[in-house]
Design a protein around this ligand. Structure first.
Ligand code: FES
Length: 142
């Protein structure tokens, strides 16, 4: 079952939990994600965010929810400080580009599921993602 909300003029209106619905013409449907953040840094509990709208990056979602994730280059894929491990939900973000891969290679402890948070823009859809945030105390910068 897809989870989505209805909105008029881009404002959140209500959450609905069904796939079939007839909408008046002035309503739009936005599919929503659930993202669970876990942290390598000791002492930080996991955070689960629900009703996350698509068309924003995992980095933007993190910052908007006061989750520390560095972003030294200003989100233009020119550093590796927004490095994350995408544990689940890679089908909901664009494929890894060569440029992103180059910068991931410069990150601390890259793994097969490494991504850059600023390059993982949620596509239009709905589902669940799981993101592990590397220890931010080991990263210098913004
Ligand atoms: S903020 Fe620099 S690559 Fe993401």
């Amino acid at each position: 079952m897809n989870k989505y909300c209805l909105s008029t003029n881009g404002r959140f209106f209500t959450e609905v939990g069904t796939d079939s619905l007839t909408l008046p013409p002035h309503f739009t449907v936005t599919f929503m994600y659930t993202i669970k953040f876990t942290f390598e840094q000791k002492g930080l509990d996991p955070i689960t965010l629900e009703n996350v709208a698509p068309d924003q990056s995992i980095l933007e979602v993190a910052l908007e929810n006061n989750i520390e994730l560095h972003h030294n280059c200003g989100m233009v894929c020119a550093c590796s400080t927004c490095h994350i491990y995408l544990q689940k939900g890679e089908e909901f973000v664009p494929e890894l580009s060569d440029r992103e891969e180059d910068f991931i290679d410069r990150a601390k402890n890259p793994k097969l599921n490494s991504r850059l948070g600023c390059q993982c823009v949620l596509i239009n859809g709905s589902g669940e993602l799981e993101v592990c945030v590397p220890d931010q105390s080991l990263i210098h910068g913004e």
